[in-house]
Design a binder for this molecule. Sequence first.
Ligand SMILES: O=C(O)c1ccccc1NCC(=O)[C@H](O)[C@H](O)COP(=O)(O)O
Length: 214
Amino acid sequence: MADRISVKICGLRTADEVAAVAAAGASYCGFTFFGKSPRCVTPATARELALGAPVGLAKVALTVNADDAFLDALTAHVPLDMLQLHGSEPPERVAEVKARYGLPVMKAVGVAEAADLATVERYVPVADQILVDAKPPKGGELPGGNGLTFDWRLIAGRRWPVPWMLAGGLTPENVGEAIAMTGARQVDVASGVERAPGVKDLARVRSFVTAAHA
Ligand SMILES: O=C(O)c1ccccc1NCC(=O)[C@H](O)[C@H](O)COP(=O)(O)O
């Protein structure tokens, strides 16, 4: 039997959300550290959530062009399993972060057209994982978490020599089709399982994980 699809639910803000995500069978939970995001949490809140997370649920910190001072404080304070770099960090910065903190690093890359796949290739030698996400709208406030899909046919059948996750506009309704079309073995969602910006709908979280696993 093929391995089960791994699911990451991103942008958690409460202990109830963390517990529900774990109980639903997700593999990763994400905490967002980006001031303009409705999903933003402080390191102090993330610490409490991370300390209360069940064993086996990987805790991912999402940052956007964070400097060493922020990452030093974050990693000293919050027990984390992975760093997700969601800004315009170049490959050299990904390598630097990986070496400095000794944590696996996932680099998000926005895809809107075939040419963007060359960007994915640039990160393959340095990132532990790649998050293949929709490209954010030009001039938008958020570099991710916008609920936008991209044309999944662009990556149908594509394989990279590092683990990768599919993200961007996924929902309980479309995640099965997205997996079937792209061959993704890992999926990530933020807004598609919310009832209001930054507030997870726990029934949709369960439906998403069930649909991904099906
Ligand atoms: O979720 C945010 O608010 C966010 C803010 C800044 C950078 C990235 C952000 N989210 C990134 C994620 O990991 C999302 O899960 C991914 O972009 C997909 O989001 P969505 O389309 O809403 O499922």
